[in-house]
Ligand binder design. Structure first.
Ligand code: PLP
Length: 380
């Protein structure tokens, strides 16, 4: 854990709103993932936090990457360019999966030169890939139950199980090779059974494909959704990993390469905000603090990620339930209506939040003229 006095010192030096990324914690989260899922190669989902320094640290630690747009692809590719030339082609599949099943034609035209691994989930996409990126390797994205995930993803992506093998054979008829299957159980999935169901569903489709004469699949991508322990109600990662390991061992041949696309899990714990109290009022009998960071900025996950963040103060004092607002004039800019903070906080005092590395600065804007928080890296 980053020392709290470090956060205060950094805020004094750089001002607020401040967003601190602890690279030692990035390495710890990656190591935790690898330790418990040794058979699984982690493709960090760059959308969770596309900061290039984060990508760099995870690259160095041995991670691969899941990208969903050409700009994300290029952030990662820059690191691949540092590899010896003759190995680069091998590096592509080992290091990047383009995991957005819907790609614009111009994106595919650009992607083709890289002979990338790309996901798809419908016939129209097969025709697009054949025409514009025929050198790609394909991975079929399956629709799987997202019950109990904090963020549901299955309504937008994924082939229905009943049409999966038809799509695989259709791709083959079009001269393309489907290398394997992928799914996403929903983000922040605390219902571990989603993974079990998805793995069983994928295994059935593997078997059906083989029965119908398609034997070229050699990889399984188990997606993202690995939950962060925002509070103790989330069971430890070890338990989930044990379940996944035993299902994979039971359902899939040893030769199959297993990939995953953890986003939140690798970055959430590494991010901290430090904000300053810029206003204090009592409204309808309730204490309200106004701070210089909000939902249009580092706390954007409150809106887009359905996430809650605890606001903590450095200063001690008798606590009461209060509201914490962001700095803009918009009534949507509410960080919490029920935060327990000391009632003696003064203008200029600092507050902080932990576990805010994922889906936070990634979707920040500068609404109302308030610029995004300054990002500072520690333990790089
Ligand atoms: C968002 C996303 C991820 C990352 O999900 P997390 O819940 O953050 O682990 C992985 N894969 C795909 C295809 C995604 O859309």
């Amino acid at each position: 854990m980053t020392n709290l006095s470090t956060l205060q010192t950094l805020a004094k030096k750089h001002g607020t709103p401040l967003f601190v990324i602890d690279h030692e914690q990035l390495r710890r989260s990656y190591a935790l993932f690898k330790r418990h899922l040794p058979r699984v190669q982690a493709y960090y989902a760059v959308k969770a936090n596309p900061n290039p320094e984060i990508v760099g640290t995870l690259f160095k630690a041995g991670a691969s990457f899941d990208v969903a747009s050409m700009p994300e692809f290029m952030i990662v590719h820059k690191y691949i360019e540092g590899m010896p030339a003759k190995e680069r082609q091998d590096w592509i599949w080992d290091k990047i999966i383009y995991a957005n099943p819907i790609k614009a034609e111009e994106t595919l035209r650009e992607l083709d030169q890289y002979k990338a691994l790309v996901t798809f989930d419908n016939s129209e996409e097969i025709r697009k890939i054949r025409k514009h990126a025929p050198n790609s390797g394909l991975v079929l994205r399956l629709k799987v139950p997202n019950t109990g995930a904090m963020v549901e993803l299955s309504s937008k992506c994924g082939a229905a199980p009943g049409e999966a093998v038809d799509l695989i054979l259709e791709a083959e008829k079009n001269g393309l090779t489907v290398e394997g299957l992928s799914f996403h159980v929903g983000s922040q999935t605390t219902n571990f059974d989603n993974f079990v169901q998805a793995l069983n569903l994928a295994a059935n489709i593997y078997k059906e494909a083989v029965d119908r004469g398609y034997t070229k699949m050699n990889l399984l991508d188990i997606g993202g959704g690995f939950p962060v322990r925002y509070d103790d109600s989330v069971k430890p990662f070890e338990e989930l990993a044990k379940l996944i390991n035993s299902e994979i061992k039971r359902l899939f041949p040893k030769e199959i390469q297993i990939l995953a696309e953890p986003g939140r899990f690798l970055v959430a714990d590494a991010g901290y905000t430090v904000s300053k109290i810029i206003g204090k009022a009592v409204r309808d009998g309730k204490l309200c603090y106004y701070i210089d960071d909000g939902v249009y900025n580092s706390f954007s996950g409150i809106i887009y990620d359905h996430c809650k963040y605890k606001i903590e103060s450095f200063k001690k004092g008798v606590k009461e339930i209060c509201t914490v607002f962001g700095p803009t004039c918009d009534a949507l800019d509410v960080i919490s209506m029920s935060e327990e903070l000391p009632s003696n906080l003064q203008l200029g005092d600092l507050v902080f939040s932990r576990k805010i590395g994922a889906y936070s600065t990634a979707s920040a804007t500068s609404f109302n003229g308030f610029p995004p928080a300054k990002i500072v890296h520690i333990n790089v």
